[in-house]
Design a protein around this ligand. Structure first.
Ligand SMILES: NC(=O)c1ccc[n+]([C@@H]2O[C@H](COP(=O)([O-])OP(=O)(O)OC[C@H]3O[C@@H](n4cnc5c(N)ncnc54)[C@H](OP(=O)(O)O)[C@@H]3O)[C@@H](O)[C@H]2O)c1
Length: 287
């Protein structure tokens, strides 16, 4: 049986959707920490397990009878490495045969993306756990680009500290499909670390011109300093943790940490990944 964690979230839910196209529902399980968020999942007929990364006993119970664990990294940042270690240990105690972990592109201890350094430490733990593993080092989702734009879609002026280095954004839906492809044949991907990117990089000026085409009006990007961005966000009343998170994301992009094109996603999908224009068109038409 394959269990997907973070199943109430975007990536986990999408991965289950793709798994359901490949396998019967009685071979798929989902971990959620709040079952009231799982009505749609329940309706698919898959097995629901309740568990919280911070509660080891709940994971130990939830991972019973699981062969392959798709460990979607936690959306809660507090003690995140410890949360992931709980999941890896509970998997080991249950004899789980393979873990697929969602990490960050080119993860490094020295990354500007301070929140992402958790992935580096989780990978180190996973690789020494003795459980066969596959790592998906996902680049930033194309779907999150609008989160760095403030009110730019209305004003037409996007100010951000992302510099103008080339950057690779990939569709979260593609990552989910690739996760499902690997999960159904996990032993073929043992000890693999995949850098997950789309087929092309863009500067943020180029991203802005794609957006301009999609929304049919002028849309310009201006690179600003992290300090100026923080001051503007503070004035707009945004909480300190949001100011810091967006600031580090911009610095990560500006430093070229997601300036990479790797063929892994295309290989795992057996087709070309979605292009940025296609994904942004889908996102912005519902935004
Ligand atoms: N590459 C990128 O651009 C990018 C962007 C954002 C996030 N991420 C990372 O990738 C992960 C998946 O992305 P996503 O878009 O699916 O994020 P998401 O929609 O925010 O989903 C996060 C999931 O983590 C679960 N979760 C949080 N704390 C948990 C805990 N203590 N125990 C068990 N589950 C917990 C959430 O459950 P609840 O519904 O109960 O909160 C939710 O299902 C995120 O969690 C984050 O680590 C990557």
């Amino acid at each position: 049986m394959i269990l997907v964690t973070g199943a109430s979230g975007h990536l986990g839910k999408l991965t289950i959707d793709f798994l359901l196209k490949k396998q019967t529902s009685n071979t798929i399980a989902a971990l959620v920490r709040d079952t009231t968020k799982a009505e749609e999942l329940k309706a698919t007929g898959i097995t629901l397990r309740k568990g919280d990364y911070a509660d080891y006993a709940s994971l130990l119970q939830a991972f019973k009878g699981i062969d392959t664990l798709v460990l979607v990294s936690s959306g809660s940042m507090e003690n995140r490495v410890a949360q992931h270690i709980n999941a890896i240990n509970a998997a080991k105690e249950n004899g789980v045969k393979h873990i697929i972990y969602t990490s960050m592109l080119q993860t490094s201890e020295k990354s500007k993306f301070t929140a992402g350094i958790d992935h580096f430490h989780t990978e180190v733990y996973l690789k020494t756990s003795g459980i066969p593993y596959t790592v998906f080092r996902n680049t930033f989702y194309a779907e999150v680009i609008p989160m760095f734009m403030g009110d730019a879609l209305t004003s037409g002026n996007w100010y951000f500290n992302g510099g103008n280095t080339q950057a690779n954004f990939a569709a979260r839906t593609d990552m989910a499909e690739a996760l499902a492809n690997v999960a159904v044949n996990s032993s073929a991907h043992a000890s693999k670390v995949y850098e997950i990117t789309s087929g092309k990089t863009y500067s943020l000026t180029e991203v802005a011109s794609i957006i301009s085409k999609i929304i049919g009006k002028e849309f310009n990007y201006t690179a600003i300093s992290t300090a100026d961005q923080a001051a503007a966000m503070k004035q707009a009343g945004l909480p300190e943790y949001v100011i810091e998170l967006i600031g580090t994301i911009g610095e990560t992009i500006a430093a070229g940490e997601i300036d990479l094109v790797d063929p892994s996603l295309e290989t795992l999908l057996k087709r070309k990944p979605l292009g940025l224009e296609e994904t942004l068109t889908q996102i912005l038409k519902v935004a």
